[in-house]
Design a protein around this ligand. Structure first.
Ligand SMILES: NC(=O)c1ccc[n+]([C@@H]2O[C@H](COP(=O)([O-])OP(=O)(O)OC[C@H]3O[C@@H](n4cnc5c(N)ncnc54)[C@H](O)[C@@H]3O)[C@@H](O)[C@H]2O)c1
Length: 346
């Protein structure tokens, strides 16, 4: 079930509630397990059970929380080889059948109580977002001190307690999960009487990253009006066509609002992006964004972008400015092609 955010950041649970009522109407009298895989606020499972029992007092059910951890872009692999399978139950009766379902996957199954399972999902996604904002803040210090955020991340990541994953500096996180799950977790905490200031700061730093990147562009180009800007990448990350809450889209919208002429390319995201940035011209081939451009921006970490015909692209530009918002390219190599190359935190 979708659990979309509401304007105030809280979760719209009407789809989940609606299906709980539908289940209540259609459920047979023998024992059934109702499994929730959606990302929901803690205590939702309890509410689902109460709802089903209210509309059908005869229903013999257990609600199980089994949060989904797969990532877009590697969904099948994540499904087949999960790090862990979390099963939150309110009664031991549900454990056996759930274990049986997941046995073939050969992955560790963690049995918890219902509320803990629901919290594991929000706490995990918020922690990953925290890692990203942390390295972005460190990146800001690197820029001011002349250090290299990539070396710093490698050094930190070599410590097993920290790990290298999710320590990539850039223009910040986006997508349909992190921003939504973070604001939901902040709201849930608030409702439970805890002010999760740490996560509010994670959000603020993420917002700053986009602004700091735009500022770098304005500092060089001075006036954006009528500037031709080539954009590589619109999806919120590589290997997906998903442009929901994509930072790249936010940046293009801002450039358009300031009067720039944007030409954009994304291997998979252009179709869905059209409606969000109707003012941008989508081109067929990545290299076409460079034609007559005043600057190039790389906004999504598609591996294909590493091997573009950079030398020819540089030649076709009006001025050789290249802003790499994902630290995807090799600075020395790009400068070798003659680009004035800027990235994040290095
Ligand atoms: N997409 C991801 O990568 C991902 C990863 C982990 C967790 N999640 C979580 O999983 C949940 C679903 O995400 P999604 O991206 O698959 O969303 P989605 O909107 O793509 O899919 C939701 C599905 O629910 C169906 N649906 C909606 N209303 C219904 C109703 N009344 N009755 C029956 N079916 C109904 C829709 O048709 C759709 O198939 C969310 O809570 C999300 O946070 C998503």
């Amino acid at each position: 079930m979708p659990t979309p955010p509401q304007p105030d950041g809280s979760v719209d649970l009407s789809f989940v509630e609606g299906v709980a009522r539908e289940i209540a109407v259609h459920i047979k009298e023998e024992y059934r397990i109702v499994v929730d895989k959606s990302t929901v606020p803690v205590k939702t499972g309890e509410k689902v059970a109460q709802t089903i029992n209210r509309y059908n007092p005869k229903a013999d059910i257990d609600v199980v929380s089994n949060p989904e951890f797969l990532r877009e872009g590697s969904a099948v692999e994540d499904l087949m080889k999960p790090d862990r399978i979390v099963v939150g139950v309110s009664s031991d009766r549900a454990i056996g059948p759930m274990k049986e379902v997941y046995e073939p996957f050969n992955a560790p199954i963690m049995i918890t109580d219902l509320n803990s399972a629901e919290l594991i999902k929000h706490a995990s996604n918020s922690f990953l977002a925290l890692k990203i904002s942390y390295i972005n803040a460190v990146g800001a210090i690197c820029e001011k001190s002349g250090a290299n955020v990539e070396r710093v991340a490698e050094g930190m990541g070599a410590d097993k307690r920290i790990g290298r994953a999710f320590l990539n500096a850039g223009i910040g996180y986006g997508g349909s999960c992190f921003p939504k799950d973070l604001s939901a977790f902040i709201r849930i905490s608030e409702e439970l009487g805890y002010d999760f200031r740490l996560l509010k700061e994670v959000e603020a730093i993420n917002q700053d990253q986009k602004e700091r990147f735009l500022k770098k562009i304005r500092e060089v180009l001075w006036v954006l009006r009528h500037k031709k800007i080539g954009v590589l990448g619109l999806a919120f990350k590589g290997n997906t066509d998903d442009v929901r809450s994509s930072v790249a889209i936010g940046i293009v919208q801002q450039l358009l609002a300031e009067g720039a002429e944007v030409r954009a390319y994304d291997p998979k995201g252009m179709e869905k992006a059209r409606a969000l940035v109707p003012g941008a011209k989508m081109v067929e081939r990545a290299e076409d964004v460079a034609d007559g451009a005043d600057a190039l921006l790389l906004l999504t970490e598609w591996t294909d972008f590493k091997s573009l015909p950079w030398a020819a692209m540089k030649k076709s530009m009006l001025s050789p400015l290249l802003f790499d918002g994902r630290n995807l390219l090799n600075p020395d190599e790009m400068r070798g092609f003659g680009f004035a190359y800027t990235s994040v935190g290095r």
